[in-house]
Design a protein around this ligand. Structure first.
Ligand SMILES: NC(=O)c1ccc[n+]([C@@H]2O[C@H](COP(=O)([O-])OP(=O)(O)OC[C@H]3O[C@@H](n4cnc5c(N)ncnc54)[C@H](O)[C@@H]3O)[C@@H](O)[C@H]2O)c1
Length: 429
């Protein structure tokens, strides 16, 4: 595939630029927005690597005054969000530049929100954990420069964090949180370690699969007013286009991107797929794989994946999501078997006839996911990262409040269903 050398496109609120090297434009973009002083946010693994150094060079060349905040926590928490919010509030910045993966971009969204509209921390957090207060208005400009491929956070109005005392992930979701501009630079993913390429690439796949199989938008209740419309609205003809293309690209390139960091064609297509999946799920939403992943991340005990630099136990986000995926899609296939079959076909399943049962459709899709998990050296199920059957009640308890996403499942999942799904996810093959 020939990649367009430069592409700048607009999707509603979001603008994005895509080409290898586009990070070098960030200073000029800020000048064009009339901005003189920014906070550049990143994590401590990335601060000395080329993505951040390139962005800093660009700010210097354009004469932008900046501070650097490199204390983003990988897999952020309420505590790490608050530390970033304090710095943003005190600095009175005109805009923000986030250079990193979803952890960094989400932290920048939260810092920007609370520095612009200060409130109790739980005010804007999704109900029932927080109060789900709508964001009062536009926030300051945020330029998001992703370095993983990825969360698609550069396209979404969502910021995810772990609520430490409850051991559960939750988030803030509102369209005003969407970054002003995404600079999608394939060069920035060259330094991504294999485990990050695998986990973040499988996150792309789940974003696309879940948004494509989410409950249709016209089966959800109409909000009283547009301001109250949830960021995640259910699958719809527009998000389907993004999701299907993201599945195709991921199917074609994820293994190459994992095996060879210098395969720029594969890494370029994966970062494109990430943004495309983001446009899809940022409107349609995700469902059970993500809903069930939040307690998996929150309850991690000792697991530390090989190749990831951290001082603490961690399940990389995409890994926590994909570990539940085979069981989830076997379960949800009953609701929309044709969509599960189409997704399986795009991932490479040979579909020989049109008379598959819903159960067979679910199994076909689950088998393709398991094939990719093996190819990307993902652990064999929740048991391989330290969970046991005794954890199932707590995992279910942590999933039940995730209404924002679980309600988008095409097949409602009761507490008993979730317990069976976690049990089924203990081993993937
Ligand atoms: N806002 C959204 O729409 C959204 C969607 C999905 C996930 N998320 C959230 O995003 C977070 C996960 O983000 P992620 O998967 O992008 O990874 P990440 O930001 O957590 O980074 C993972 C690791 O990779 C390293 N890293 C990232 N890019 C690198 C590069 N180019 N070179 C070397 N090292 C690099 C980081 O330092 C870190 O150690 C989770 O908290 C998840 O819940 C948000």
């Amino acid at each position: 595939m020939k990649l367009c050398k430069r592409l700048r496109s607009s999707n509603g609120q979001l603008q994005s630029s895509f080409w290898p090297g586009v990070t070098r434009e960030v200073g000029m973009d800020l000048v064009d927005m009339g901005i003189k002083r920014v906070l550049l946010m990143t994590d401590k693994n990335l601060v000395d690597l080329p993505p951040v150094q390139t962005a800093l060079d660009a700010l210097k060349k354009a004469g932008i005054d900046y501070d650097v905040f490199s204390e983003v926590r990988v897999e952020p928490t309420d505590i790490s969000f608050k530390a970033a919010i304090d710095v943003a509030t005190q600095g009175k910045y005109e805009a923000y530049v986030a250079v990193g993966g979803g952890s960094t971009i989400d932290t920048a969204k939260a810092a920007n929100l609370y520095a612009t509209y200060p409130d109790d921390f739980l005010a804007y957090v999704n109900a029932p954990i927080g109060q789900s207060k709508p964001v009062p208005g536009p926030v300051k400009p945020l330029i998001a420069i992703p370095t993983t491929a990825g969360t698609g956070s550069e396209t979404t109005g969502v910021a995810i964090f772990d609520l430490t005392d409850r051991h559960v992930k939750t988030g803030i979701a509102h369209r005003h949180l969407k970054p002003t501009l995404g600079l999608i630079d394939p060069d920035n993913t060259k330094t991504m370690p294999p485990v990050v390429a695998a986990a973040s690439g499988l996150d792309v796949l789940c974003h696309a699969l879940e948004s494509y199989t989410a409950i249709p938008f016209n089966e959800r209740p109409l909000p009283e007013r547009p301001l109250l419309r949830p960021a995640y609205q259910g699958s719809n003809p527009i998000s389907d286009v993004w999701a299907l293309r993201a599945i195709e690209l991921t199917s074609k390139y994820i293994e190459r991107a994992y095996r060879d960091p210098d395969d720029i064609e594969a890494r370029s297509n994966m970062i494109l797929a990430s943004s495309m999946a983001g446009m899809g799920f940022g409107n349609a939403g995700v469902h059970l794989c993500h809903g069930m992943s939040y307690p998996v991340s929150g309850m991690v005990r000792n697991y530390r994946p090989e190749g990831l630099k951290t001082d603490y136990a961690i399940v990389p986000h995409g890994m926590s999501v994909i570990l539940n995926a085979p069981a989830v899609f076997r379960f949800t296939a009953m609701a929309c078997p044709d969509r599960h079959l189409e997704a399986a076909r795009l991932l490479g399943a040979s579909i020989s006839n049109t008379s598959y049962s819903a159960e067979e459709a679910g199994h076909l899709l689950a088998s393709e996911i398991v094939r990719l998990m093996k190819a990307l050296d993902i652990p064999n199920g929740l048991s391989a990262i330290g969970f046991t059957k005794e954890d199932i009640p707590a995992l279910v308890k942590g999933t039940l409040p995730q209404h924002r996403v679980t309600k988008l499942s095409p097949r409602p999942a009761s507490a008993e269903d979730l317990a069976l799904l976690f049990d089924d996810s203990m081993r993937a093959w």
